[in-house]
Design a protein around this ligand. Sequence first.
Ligand code: FPP
Length: 248
Amino acid sequence: MAGLKEEINLDNLPKHIAVIMDGNGRWAKMKGKLRTFGHESGVKAVRETVETCAELGVSYLTLYAFSTENWNRPKFEINALMSLLVSTIASETKTLMKNNIRLQTIGDTLTLPSKCQRELKEAIDATAGNTRMTLVLALSYSSRWEITKAMKNMASDIQSGALKEEEITESKISQYLDTSGMPDPELLIRTSGEHRISNFLLWQISYAELFFTDVLWPDFRKEHLYEAILSYQGRERRFGKTSEQISA
Ligand code: FPP
């Protein structure tokens, strides 16, 4: 796969890449290890993906780190994931600063353990002024949760008079989502051979190109990311128009 990077057209990069990091558990199981070892090993892939996106010039990278549904996993695994999150954020904030990367989150972060919330707030505050790329961690996130919350907030703004029915447009709805102010992802990557969206950014990925790979998340490296971006660049994005209209 050598030389893939040189094939990428830097003038046609997706501004926002979203990733469903999947396959940590299966990766560990194949090695006869605990699932939590798979998550620990996934951190290397997170680091490499973040660095590579920043190097290329991608503006937003959103990683699905913990879904609302993941709270149903065994307590042991949830605790291990939360500790991993705390330790990774603590140890990586320096790298985020060095690389001028801003950290943000989407999701119901108030449900995270308080230590996790504190660590996140510190890193978000410390990196708030960084401008090269925004790394968004989806934590305790699900799209239906996000849309439900947006609906409730809109209803309450309508009731108070802060929002009028005629002001409800697609862009207004986007403003009520956790991703308010972010461009919609143009490329969604899912690892591990599963072809599902799993309640991730349902509104925002309306026009995203989907890229599925069999690679398990802990094995995901920059070459795999290049491959996904090249696949994206090789597609014709028609947004409902005809091919002829696009080339005209
Ligand atoms: C999916 O694999 C992965 C997760 C639910 C967690 C992802 C977390 C990390 C990669 C580590 C920490 C992340 C950050 C941002 C510091 P799975 O457990 O569903 O795998 P399986 O489908 O093989 O069981």
